[in-house]
Design a protein around this ligand. Sequence first.
Ligand code: FEO
Length: 168
Amino acid sequence: MLSTKMEKALNDQINAEMFSAYLYLAMVAYFQDKNLAGFANWMTIQNQEETFHAMKFFNYISERGGRVTLEPIDKPQFEWESPLAAMEAARKHEAYITGRINDLMNLAIKEKDHASANFLNWFVSEQVEEEDSVNAVVQKLRLLGSDGGGLFMMDRDMAARVFTPPAV
Ligand code: FEO
């Protein structure tokens, strides 16, 4: 059985993951508006991953006999001054999510909730990957600078990303 505190914290994380999905959907719209279909595809996959994360918390709460509660999702930013600025915002957001996962893990340890700590371990590893993949895009964009041709090539590469449900 989940403690009331843990149940609330896990429910808050469903909201944070759904907000992530919403933020990345706003980025899909931004990239589509800029005719960067590859970047839009990359962010569409990111959106799907976040929904997957939210459902993982959702199912875990149920499995532990808790009650899932759903709160309103905040309005995300939807305009950025450049593709680089959008990807930097995504990177900053992932660092924030990593911080939240660490806080959840700290709570699980404090409460001696081993099942939750074990469950959260998956997210600890996942966040390393999440930060790494966004960071790789940011670094490439920085290297390109104002090279429009390079951005076009990169957009083609970004179109190749497909959604594969992360290993559980
Ligand atoms: Fe669910 Fe991108 O962290």
